[in-house]
Design a binder for this molecule. Structure first.
Ligand code: CP
Length: 315
């Protein structure tokens, strides 16, 4: 009986490679991950580098792109996946188990964990409790570092560079973890100008603004005025689930909507991005415009997440 069982690989003493937020990403690591993603996209990588490895995906909030692309990435790398797609209700969290205890337990079964959680800082807490790499799939209104990596990958692929760009981040910048992480990563590249476009109450947090030393930053609530000089417009959803009440959310719903008419203001060379899902911010009629990059952007998540898993679990 014993001979038929495959023992899990022995754990090494090397500290796990966590990715809990943008500050875990140095510029050389960002560049390495973007290059590796391009290798995976071209199909030039070693076959099945993560064969025999197990990834656990623990999602305490809903997801389509992040969970499916991480799981697809793991399968394409030759590994396998254990998944809790509704961990808040379908794991022992529903019986009161702490996040730390859950992570300690899952660390014993899997070689890495992707975690999405509604509380800011939850992924850092999980990393402290884990014996294996913990990768953020988003923590509340905190950060979403692999989304920011795939956003960089998309900008580089579409426009050919990540420097000396004018990028407008529009929508709910107070709660939008994708825009918060992307702003921090874009500020690492020289000459970028970030235009923060939001209602005053939904401004980008000072915790992010205070770290954007390398970039020029402007703030406005005027989308139509800001759009004309941009290379990238990064539209985001008003985050209904982060407001104290539906009434408060309703005050901002529909504040910025990209229509075919508004797209006329965006320069011909520019691209329109959105992390998705959209909830009315982009009229589906815009999808046919070649500058609408958001579905290509979502597809790029696969290559970036292959690169991130290979980095965290592979070499
Ligand atoms: N962009 C993003 O994080 O999408 P999901 O919520 O579907 O994972």
């Amino acid at each position: 009986m014993r001979d038929t069982l495959t023992a899990p690989p022995a754990r090494t003493q090397v500290p796990p490679r966590h990715l809990t937020g943008p500050n875990d990403l140095s510029l050389p690591l960002i560049e390495q991950l973007l290059d590796d993603a391009a290798v995976f996209e071209r199909g030039d990588a070693e076959a099945a580098p993560l064969r025999g490895r197990l990834l656990a995906t623990l999602f305490y909030e809903p997801s389509t792109r992040t969970r499916f692309s991480f799981e697809a990435a793991m399968h394409r790398l030759g590994g396998q996946v254990l998944s809790a797609e509704n961990a808040a209700q379908a794991s022992s969290a529903a019986k009161g188990e702490s996040l730390e205890d859950a992570i300690r337990i899952v660390s014993g079964y899997a070689d890495a964990i992707v975690l999405r959680h509604p509380e800011v800082g939850a992924v850092e807490r999980a990393a402290r409790a884990a014996e294996v790499p913990v990768i953020s799939g988003g923590d509340g209104a905190g950060h979403h570092p692999t989304q920011a990596l795939l956003d960089l990958y998309t900008i580089k692929k579409e426009l050919g560079r990540l420097h000396h760009l004018r990028i407008g981040l529009a929508g709910d910048l107070r709660h939008g973890r994708t825009a918060r992480s992307l702003a921090l990563l874009l500020s690492r590249f020289p000459g970028n100008e970030l235009i923060m476009i939001s209602p005053p109450e939904l401004r980008m947090g000072t915790d992010v603004l205070d770290q954007l030393n390398e970039a020029r930053v402007d703030e406005t609530d005027d989308l139509h005025g800001a759009i004309t000089g941009l290379d990238v417009l990064y539209q985001t959803r008003i985050q209904a689930e982060r407001f104290a009440s539906l009434d408060e959310y309703e005050r901002y719903r529909g504040v910025y909507v990209m229509t075919v008419d508004v797209m006329h203001r965006l320069p011909e060379h520019a691209i329109l991005m959105h992390p998705l899902p959209r909830a009315g911010e982009i009229d589906p009629l815009v999808d046919a415009d070649p500058r609408a990059a958001y579905f290509r952007q979502a597809r790029n998540g696969l290559w970036i997440r292959m690169a991130v898993l290979d980095w965290a679990m592979g070499r």
